[in-house]
Design a protein around this ligand. Sequence first.
Ligand code: BEZ
Length: 205
Amino acid sequence: MKFYYSPASPFVRKCMLVAHERDLTSKLELVTVSTTVVAPDPKLAEVNPLKRIPALVTDDGALLVDSRVICAYLDALHDGKRLIPRSGPKRFEVMTLEAIADGIADSAVNNRYETALRPAEKQWKEWSDGQMGKITSALDYLESQGTRSLGREPHLGSLALGSALGYLDFRYPDWNWRRGRPKLKRWFEKLCERPSFMATDPNKN
Ligand code: BEZ
């Protein structure tokens, strides 16, 4: 399988975390791309009409986008415990946590584009503040829920959240998402000890 990839992307990292947690990395041929909306990578544009990462081309030549589809596909390839529960209320709890985590990552990536790529005179402060406000309220919500539902063993929701928090550390090191959120802070510290998190740390890749 060809996996179109940049280690900085939290959505890519989520897929890589699934691959590491379920011993699938040897099945992935990594194709590194450097792509933005204004300068799409031609290698990526050839296979993904949306010109976005992550994208996966299976051994049968099928295109899979986006990260949720790719993670669900990878999760169906192994014989271990499923990262997305097959049924029951836990299935939708995990999927919702993944969606909230992806929303945090979405706002963080969009705001990164706004502040790092857009010319200073065109930047829109209220829009940036709105994106960071979404991240703040999502993190406050998760802190208020406690970390019990994040589980002892990782599932796709906790991997997605770990990836989003790692991206905040990577691109917003001075923002200090940990302040006032001791439960998330403790939970994340433990998660970062996992080999899958160490192998995919964007600061080291
Ligand atoms: C980043 O450099 O922050 C980034 C790169 C690719 C996708 C998303 C974010």
